[in-house]
Write a protein that binds this ligand. Structure first.
Ligand code: ATP
Ligand code: CA
Length: 780
C-alpha cells in the first residue's frame, strides 16, 4: 500500500509546488473534479493571483521609491506649484468636511508630501476631516464618515448559494451517465412495455440520482456555512483608537476616516494614514512592496500604509483612507485566491480514493463484460444471434447501469471531503475551548508533534500581574495590596517616594482612560499595568504628574532590548532620563543608588552583589523583577540618544504572575505522551526556573540556559546541549526562532510552539504548528 501511495505525500507546512502537482497528476479517476478538488489549493488560480500580486507590488514600489526620488528632483528644481484646487461636492460640504475622499486617499497612497503640505500637514488634514488630534472623532459622526469616505472592509467573494452546490453535485460524471441511462430507459421502456409501466425503471434511477444530488449538496452547503463562520472568527481583530477623548478598543472593520489610531510593536497597520506622533517607529512594508528593508516613519516620512507591520516603536496615526481605497484592499483580493494548501491526510485519502476507484472501475468493467458475455452466449445457444429485439437493448442497458452503479457506490469520492469535514469539526471544537485554528492542517499536525516549545508569560502564567514585593532604600518589603493606607509596610521618606512615582509615571507605555463616571481603565501590557496600578496605589496622581514634565524621547520596550527608557524635560530646564527593565540588565547601567536614608550614594561592588542577591531572591520566588532607575542630565543640548550608563537605582519590584491552573497536569499529560516540553522565555533565568519547576517542566537532570550564553556556541556544541535544554531564559525573538529551527533541522522533530506575544511571532511562524495564545491574539 505504501508504495502505491508514494505519490501522495506532501509536507505539513508550505508543501512544495512540485509535491502539489505530483499528487494531482496521480489522481486518475475523478468523477466530479469540482467536488474532489474543492478544499484543495487551485494552482492555476494561485499563479494568476501571484502574478497580479507581483504587479500590484511593483506598482506600489514605483509609487514609493521612484516617485519619491522624482519628487525630490522636482523640489530641487523649485518647481513647486500649488496643486489644483479640488472642487468640493455638496455632499462632502454638507457633512462638514472639507476634502474629497479620493484626494485624501491619494495623499497617502502616493506619498504625496507636497499635497500634504498644501493641506497644512497632518493638523490641516485633521481640520479638514473635522477631528481633533487629541480627542479623536466624535462617535456621533461615525455614520456620516462611513457614508462619505467608506468603511474599512474589502470586497469579498459573495458566498456560494445552495443552488451552486446542487449544480456542482450534478457535475458528477457517473451521475450524468446514470441520468442518460434513465432517459434511454424511459424511452425504451415506454416503447416496449407501454405507458406507464415502462416508466418505472427509468424513474427509479432518476429518483435515486435526485436523492444522491440533494444529500451531497446539503452536506456540502452545511460545510461551507461552517467554514464561513470560522472565517469570520479569524478576522476579528481589534485596535486601540481615541474617540471622544477616550482610549478604546474597536474592531478594525469599524475604523473610519479621521480616527486616531494608537500603534504599537506587532500591530498590523489597519488603514492608510498619516503619522501624528510617535517614538522610534519602524515599519515593515514587505507585505506591500516586497522590499524587506524596514522604513522609519516620522515627520519627514509620515505615511502609513494599510497592511504593513509595526516592527518597533509606537505612535499615533490619523486614518486617511480605508477599505478598498487603500492599496492593501486591492492586494487582499489576491491573497486568498487559490485557496488553502491541502493537508497530508487529505492528500493521502485522495490517494486511497484513487486506488479504490481503480479497483471499482475494474470490477465494474468486469461485471459488465461477464454479464454481456453470458447474455451473448445464451443468445448464441438459442440461435437468436441474428435476431435482436428492443428488449435485448434494454437488458444491455441494464447491465451498463449496474456497472455504473458499482462505480457510484464503490468509489469513495467523498472520502477526501470527509476528512476536511472532520478537521473543520475539530476546529469548531477547539473554538469552543477558546482556541482559534487558522489552518486546517494544524488540527492534523497537532497529533504528530514530538516537542513543544512554550513561552512563559501569558501562556503558562495568567498574565494578571501585581507588584508583590519591592526593594527600596536598601530593604525588601512585601506589598500589602489590600491595605492602601500602609502598602509599603514601613514608612519611606517623601523624597524617595517622589523619586519612585516620578520614574513610574514618566516611564510607562500605558494610557489611562477615564469614562463619565470616573471609572479608570488602563490600556497597556500587563507588566506596565501592574507597575502603574502600584503607582496609583501609592497615592500618585497620574494626570497631575504628567503635566509636570514634557516627554522628549522614548525608547519603547522591546523584547530585544528588554528595557524601556524615556527622556523628559522639566519646566525649569532640567533634563531627566529614566529607565526600567530586566533587573540584571538595568543594574549593569547603574553606578549609584538611593540608600537607606533616602540619599543618593555610590554603588560599590559589594552592594552590587547584594542587590544581585535580592534580585535572585525575588526571582526564585517566581516573581518577575524590574529595576527602576533615573539619571539627571544637565546637558540641555540636543542629545541624539538616551544614555545607557550612570543611572541611579531607585527600586527593584517583584511582580507576581501566577501559574495558570491546570498547567501542571497539561505538562504531565504531554510528558506521558512522549512529548518533550521546553520553556523559552524572555524573562530572568531564576524566575523562569522557578516557574518551570512549579509546572513540572524543569527536572533534576534538565538544563536551564540563558540565551545569550547559547548564541556563541558552535553547531557541534549545540547538538549536545539542545536535547537536554528545558529552559531558555532571556531570549529575544531571534533566539526563539533559532531554537525552533535547530530542533527541526538537527533533530527532525515536529515542533509545536505556543506563545502569546510579538516576541514569539517568528518562532510561531517557523514551527510546524504555531499555537498563538491570549485574548488579544497578536496577528501571526
Ligand atoms: N514594559 C516593560 N518595560 C520594561 N521592561 C519590561 C517591560 N515588560 C517586560 N520587561 C522586561 O523584559 C522581560 C520580558 O521580555 P519579553 O517581552 O521578551 O518576554 P515575555 O513575553 O514577557 O515573556 P515570555 O517570552 O515568557 O512570554 C521581563 O523579564 C522584564 O524584565
Ligand atoms: Ca509571552
Amino acid at each position: 500500500m505504501e508504495s502505491l501511495l508514494k505519490d501522495f505525500e506532501v509536507e505539513h507546512k508550505n508543501p512544495s509546488e512540485e509535491a502539489l502537482r505530483r499528487w494531482r497528476n496521480a489522481v486518475s479517476i475523478v468523477k466530479n473534479p469540482r467536488r474532489r478538488f474543492r478544499h484543495v489549493a487551485d494552482l492555476v488560480k494561485r499563479s494568476v493571483a501571484e502574478k497580479k500580486k507581483r504587479s500590484i507590488q511593483e506598482k506600489i514600489r514605483v509609487a514609493l521609491y521612484v516617485k519619491k526620488a522624482a519628487l525630490h528632483f522636482i523640489d530641487a528644481a523649485a518647481a513647486v506649484g500649488l496643486p489644483a484646487e479640488h472642487k468640493l461636492s455638496d455632499e462632502v460640504r454638507q457633512a462638514g468636511f472639507e476634502i474629497e475622499p479620493d484626494e485624501l486617499a491619494s495623499v497617502t497612497r502616493d506619498h504625496d508630501i507636497k499635497a500634504l503640505r498644501a493641506n497644512g500637514g497632518v493638523e490641516g488634514i485633521a481640520r479638514r476631516v473635522s477631528v481633533s488630534l487629541k480627542d479623536g472623532i466624535h462617535e456621533s459622526s461615525l455614520p456620516n464618515r462611513q457614508k462619505i469616505y467608506g468603511c474599512n472592509r474589502y470586497t469579498e467573494k459573495p458566498p456560494k448559494s445552495f443552488w451552486m452546490f446542487v449544480w456542482e453535485a450534478l457535475q458528477d460524471l457517473t451521475l450524468i451517465i446514470l441520468m442518460v441511462c434513465a432517459v434511454v430507459s424511459v424511452g425504451v421502456g415506454i416503447a416496449t412495455e407501454g405507458w406507464p409501466k415502462g416508466m418505472y425503471d427509468g424513474l427509479g434511477i432518476i429518483l435515486s440520482v435526485f436523492l444522491v444530488v440533494m444529500v451531497t449538496a446539503i452536506s456540502d452547503y452545511k460545510q461551507s456555512l461552517q467554514f464561513r463562520d470560522l472565517d469570520k472568527e479569524k478576522k476579528k481583530i481589534s485596535i486601540q483608537v481615541i474617540r471622544d477623548g477616550r482610549t478604546q478598543k474597536v474592531s478594525i472593520y469599524d475604523l473610519v476616516i479621521g480616527d486616531v489610531v494608537q500603534l504599537s510593536t506587532g500591530d498590523i497597520v489597519p488603514a492608510d494614514g498619516i503619522y501624528i506622533s510617535g517614538y522610534s517607529l519602524v515599519i515593515d512594508e514587505s507585505s506591500l512592496s516586497g522590499e524587506s528593508e524596514p522604513v522609519n516613519i516620522d515627520e519627514k516620512n509620515p505615511f502609513h500604509l494599510s497592511g504593513t507591520k509595526v516592527q518597533d516603536g509606537s505612535g499615533k496615526m490619523l486614518v486617511t483612507a480605508v477599505g478598498m481605497k487603500t492599496e492593501w484592499g486591492k492586494l487582499m483580493e489576491t491573497l486568498n485566491e487559490g485557496g488553502e494548501d491541502e493537508t497530508p491526510l487529505q492528500v493521502k485519502l485522495n490517494g486511497v480514493a484513487t486506488i479504490i476507484g481503480k479497483i471499482g472501475l475494474a470490477f465494474a468493467v468486469l461485471t459488465f463484460l461477464v454479464l454481456t458475455a453470458r447474455f451473448l452466449v445464451e443468445k448464441a445457444l438459442h440461435k437468436e444471434f441474428t435476431h435482436w429485439s428492443s428488449y435485448d437493448a434494454f437488458t444491455l442497458l441494464d447491465y451498463f447501469a449496474i456497472a455504473v452503479t458499482i462505480i457510484v457506490v464503490a468509489v469513495p469520492e467523498g472520502l477526501p471531503l470527509a476528512v476536511t469535514l472532520s478537521l473543520a469539526f475539530a476546529m469548531k471544537k477547539l473554538m469552543y475551548d477558546k482556541a482559534l485554528v487558522r489552518h486546517l492542517s494544524a488540527c492534523e499536525t497537532m497529533g504528530s508533534a514530538s516537542c513543544i516549545c512554550t513561552d512563559k508569560t501569558g501562556t503558562l502564567t495568567t498574565n494578571h500581574m501585581v507588584v508583590d514585593k519591592i526593594w527600596i532604600c536598601g530593604k525588601a518589603k512585601a506589598i500589602n495590596n489590600n491595605n492602601s493606607e500602609d502598602i509599603l509596610g514601613l514608612e519611606i521618606s517623601e523624597s524617595v517616594l517622589s523619586f519612585l512615582l516620578q520614574v513610574i509615571f514618566q516611564n510607562t507605555g500605558c494610557e489611562i482612560s477615564k469614562d463619565e463616571d470616573g471609572q479608570i481603565t488602563i490600556f497597556g501590557t500587563p507588566t506596565e499595568k501592574a507597575l502603574l496600578e502600584f503607582g496609583l496605589l501609592l497615592g500618585g496622581d497620574f494626570d497631575a504628574q504628567r503635566k509636570e514634565f514634557q516627554i522628549l524621547k522614548v525608547e519603547p520596550f522591546s523584547s530585544v532590548r528588554k528595557k524601556m527608557s524615556v527622556l523628559v524635560a522639566f519646566p525649569e530646564g532640567r533634563l531627566q532620563a529614566s529607565c526600567k527593565g530586566g533587573s540584571e540588565i538595568v543594574l549593569k547601567m547603574c553606578d549609584k543608588f538611593v540608600d537607606d536614608s533616602g540619599k543618593v550614594a555610590n554603588l560599590s561592588e559589594e552592594q552590587k552583589r547584594n542587590i544581585s542577591d535580592v534580585i535572585n531572591g525575588f526571582a526564585s520566588e517566581a516573581l518577575r523583577t524590574l529595576c527602576l532607575a533615573f539619571k539627571d542630565l544637565d546637558d540641555t543640548s540636543e542629545e541624539s540618544s538616551i544614555p545607557d550608563f550612570g543611572y541611579t537605582l531607585v527600586a527593584i519590584v517583584g511582580i507576581k504572575d501566577p501559574v495558570r491552573p491546570g498547567v501542571k497536569d497539561a505538562v504531565r499529560t504531554c510528558l506521558e505522551a512522549g512529548i518533550t516540553v521546553r520553556m523559552v522565555t524572555g524573562d530572568n533565568i531564576n524566575t523562569a526556573k522557578a516557574i518551570a519547576k512549579e509546572c513540572g517542566i524543569l527536572t533534576e537532570d534538565g538544563l536551564a540556559w540563558e540565551a545569550t550564553d547559547l548564541r556563541s556556541k558552535t553547531s557541534e556544541e549545540m547538538r549536545s546541549i539542545i536535547p537536554n535544554i528545558q529552559v531558555m531564559a532571556r531570549s529575544s525573538p531571534v533566539d526563539k526562532h533559532t531554537l525552533v529551527t535547530n530542533l527541526r533541522n538537527m533533530f527532525g522533530e515536529v515542533v509545536a510552539v505556543t506563545g502569546d506575544g510579538t516576541n514569539d511571532a517568528p518562532a510561531l511562524r517557523k514551527a510546524d504548528i504555531g499555537l498563538a495564545m491570549g485574548k488579544s491574539g497578536t496577528e501571526v
